[in-house]
Design a protein around this ligand. Structure first.
Ligand code: SF4
Ligand code: SF4
Length: 97
């Protein structure tokens, strides 16, 4: 994991301000489909806490990459960069199977 992406994951303060305007969360109404959850789950994956469940893949790949969450994040977390990194790791791992 690059140091920059790792830093971004740890910068998240779990404040929830990014939950307000995420279009995917608005449709699903599940907190697990929020920007915050995608950051937390990405970090958990990086630390090896779990593998690719169907639900995890839905959460990570349903992000539209609109960056609305980044515009309201007080900590300046690059949420989309984190999600794209996680997607890249998933594709790499699945392509080896
Ligand atoms: S607004 Fe930023 S710091 Fe707050 S939970 Fe969302 S990503 Fe984390
Ligand atoms: S970039 Fe993804 S997580 Fe952020 S608001 Fe858009 S859909 Fe939601």
């Amino acid at each position: 994991m690059s140091e920059d992406i790792q830093l971004q994951m740890f910068k998240c303060q779990r404040c929830g301000k990014c939950l307000i305007n995420c279009p995917v969360l608005a449709v699903t109404e599940w907190d697990s489909f929020s920007p915050r959850a995608r950051v937390i789950l990405s970090l958990a994956k990086e630390l090896g806490h779990f593998g690719e469940t169907k639900r995890f893949l839905q959460i990570i790949f349903s992000c539209t990459t609109c960056r609305i969450c980044e515009n309201v994040c007080p900590a300046g977390v690059k949420v989309v960069d984190i999600i794209l990194h996680t997607r890249e790791q998933i594709v790499k791992e699945l392509s080896k199977k």
